[in-house]
Design a protein around this ligand. Structure first.
Ligand code: UDX
Length: 451
C-alpha cells in the first residue's frame, strides 16, 4: 500500500492498454517513484495491469465503455479510437470525483500519458493540469510518421510498387517500404490515429524510451519540430529492472532448459504480444528452425495462430524431429532469456521493447518485422546499427535456415555479435552515473518538481 507522504507531488500516469505500451509506462512509474513522487496509474478496464504487483502505486480504473464485441475486435486501431472517445469524460470524472485511494483535491502536479491515449491530454488541459507525453516507440519512427499523412494527401497510400525501394529523402536508411504503416483494419483509422498522436497540443515536454547515442539525429529533428524539452531516458527496463509488467503468465520452465544448453548456442524466437501467424508462416518457421539443426526457444502465444488454441495444429513430424533441441512456451521471461549465456541470437518482430532489450543484452537479431514501427526498427537494426539480418518477403524455410546459420555460425553473425556488444557497452555508459539517460532523467525530475 502506498505511503501517502503529505509533501510528495503526485503524478498520474496513463499507459496505453497493450503490453508494449504498459511495460515502459510501468517502468517509468517505478523510476519516478524512486525519485520520491507519489504515483497513480490511471488505466483502462481493457488490458488492465495487475495492481497487486505494484503495492507502491495507487491504481485508478477508467471506465472505458467497451462492449464484449469491441474488446474482441482484431482491429486494434479501431479499439484505440473508441477508447479515446469513451474515456475522455470518464477520466475527467475520475479525477474530479476522486476515489477512496485518491481524494478530491489531492494535488496532481502532472499527467504523463502514452501518446496512444491522447484523451488524457484533453482532460489535463481542461482541468488545467500540466501534461507530458511518453512515446513508447523510437524517435526515428515518430519523426517519419507524418510522411504517411503527406503520402495520403498525394494519393500515394497504399505506397505504389515503384516507390517501395526508393530511399526516403532525409531519413536514411529508410526506404518507402519501411515506413510504419499498420496492417490492422482500416487504413483511414490508422492515419487518423497517426495524426492525433503526432499532435503535441498543450503538453509541456516529450519523454522517449530511447538513448541519445542511438538516435541522436531523429531526436534533434524532433526537437526542432516540437520546440519543447525532449527527454530520452531509456532503456527504461535497464533503469527499472525489477518492475513486474507482464500481462501474461511467464513460463519460467524455459530457464532450466536454457541452463542445459551451451554458450551462445540457442536462438530465441518471439514475435511479441500482438502479431499473428497463419498456418503457412507457422510451418515455414518451424521447418526453417528444424532444418537449421540449432537449438531454439520459441514463444507461441495462445491464440496467435487463427483457428488454433495453441500449437495443437503443428506437424507431429516437426515435433518429433525437434523434441531434443527445441523448447516451445506460451510466454517467456524475455529479459531473463536474453540475458542467459546460452542465448546467441534473437529472431524477433522488432517491437521497440524487444529491440532495446536485445541490444541491452548484447544479442544480435534476425529481424522479421510484421507491421508499423517494427519495419523502421528492423531497417535501423540491419542497416544503421548493423546488428541484425533482415528476413524480407514471405517467410520460407530455406531462407530461415540460412539466416539462422549465418547468425549463429558464420563470420557475418560473429561481426554482428561484436557490434551489438559494443552498442550494449554504450548503453551501459548512458545508463550509468553521469550518462545521458541519467542526465535527462534528472532534467525530467527537475521539470516535474517545478510544476
Ligand atoms: C507493440 C508493437 O507491436 C510494437 O511494434 C511497438 O514497438 C510496441 O508495442 P509488442 O508487439 O508487444 O509491442 O512488442 P515489444 O515492443 O517488443 O514488447 C513486447 C514486450 O513483451 C517486451 O518487453 C518483451 O520483453 C515482453 N515479452 C515478449 C515477454 O515478456 N515474454 C514473451 O514471451 C514475449
Amino acid at each position: 500500500m502506498e505511503n501517502q507522504g503529505r509533501n510528495r507531488k503526485r503524478l498520474v500516469l496513463v499507459p496505453g492498454p497493450f503490453q508494449g505500451h504498459l511495460t515502459p509506462m510501468l517502468q517509468l512509474a517505478t523510476i519516478l517513484k524512486s525519485k520520491d513522487f507519489s504515483i497513480t496509474i490511471a488505466h483502462t478496464q481493457f488490458n488492465s495491469p495487475d495492481s497487486s504487483a505494484h503495492p507502491d502505486f495507487t491504481f485508478l480504473c477508467i471506465p472505458d465503455g467497451l462492449s464484449e464485441e469491441e474488446v474482441r475486435n482484431p482491429d486494434l486501431i479501431a479499439v484505440v479510437l473508441r477508447l479515446n472517445v469513451n474515456c475522455e469524460s470518464s477520466f475527467r470524472e475520475c479525477l474530479t470525483r476522486g476515489t477512496n485511494r485518491m481524494e478530491p483535491g489531492d494535488k496532481i502536479c502532472c499527467i504523463i500519458y502514452d501518446a496512444l491515449v491522447y484523451f488524457s491530454e484533453a482532460v489535463a488541459r481542461d482541468l488545467k493540469i500540466p501534461s507530458v507525453v511518453l512515446h513508447t516507440i523510437s524517435a526515428a519512427t515518430t519523426i517519419v510518421r507524418p510522411i504517411l499523412l503527406q503520402l495520403k494527401t498525394q494519393g500515394h497510400i497504399p505506397i505504389p510498387d515503384s516507390m517501395l525501394q526508393v530511399p526516403v529523402p532525409l531519413h536514411q536508411p529508410l526506404r518507402f517500404k519501411d515506413l510504419p504503416l499498420s496492417n490492422f483494419g482500416s487504413l483511414d483509422y490508422f492515419l487518423e490515429v497517426v495524426a492525433l498522436t503526432y499532435n503535441l497540443r498543450s503538453s509541456l515536454a516529450i519523454i522517449f524510451n530511447t538513448i541519445y547515442c542511438l538516435e541522436e539525429s531523429p531526436l534533434a529533428q524532433l526537437h526542432q519540430r516540437y520546440q519543447v524539452p525532449i527527454f530520452p531516458v531509456g532503456p527504461l527496463h535497464k533503469l527499472a529492472p525489477t518492475s513486474a509488467v507482464s500481462l501474461l503468465q511467464e513460463d519460467t520452465g524455459c530457464i532450466p532448459w536454457l541452463d542445459k544448453q551451451t554458450h551462445n548456442s540457442v536462438i530465441y524466437v518471439s514475435l511479441g504480444s500482438v502479431a499473428h501467424l497463419n498456418q503457412d508462416q507457422l510451418s515455414e518457421m518451424a521447418w526453417g528452425l528444424a532444418n537449421s539443426k540449432e537449438p531454439f526457444l520459441w514463444v507461441i502465444r495462445p491464440g496467435s495462430i487463427p483457428g488454433s488454441e495453441w500449437i495443437e495444429s503443428m506437424d507431429e513430424e516437426f515435433k518429433e524431429c525437434v523434441k531434443d533441441r527445441g523448447c516451445i512456451v506460451k510466454w517467456a521471461p524475455q529479459k531473463k532469456v536474453l540475458a542467459h549465456e546460452a542465448v546467441g541470437g534473437f529472431w524477433s518482430h522488432c517491437g521497440w521493447n524487444s529491440t532495446l532489450e536485445s541490444i541491452c543484452a548484447g544479442v544480435p537479431l534476425i529481424c522479421q518485422p510484421c507491421f508499423g514501427d517494427q519495419k523502421v526498427n528492423a531497417r535501423y537494426l540491419t542497416h544503421e546499427w548493423r546488428v541484425g539480418l533482415e528476413l524480407e518477403g514471405e517467410i520460407e524455410r530455406g531462407t530461415v535456415e540460412r539466416a539462422i546459420r549465418t547468425l549463429m555460425k558464420e563470420k557475418e553473425g560473429e561481426e554482428m555479435r561484436q557490434r551489438v556488444f559494443d552498442l550494449k557497452h554504450k548503453f551501459d555508459v548512458s545508463t550509468g552515473d553521469g550518462g545521458s539517460s541519467c542526465h535527462y532523467l534528472s532534467k525530467l525530475v527537475e521539470l516535474l518538481t517545478s510544476l
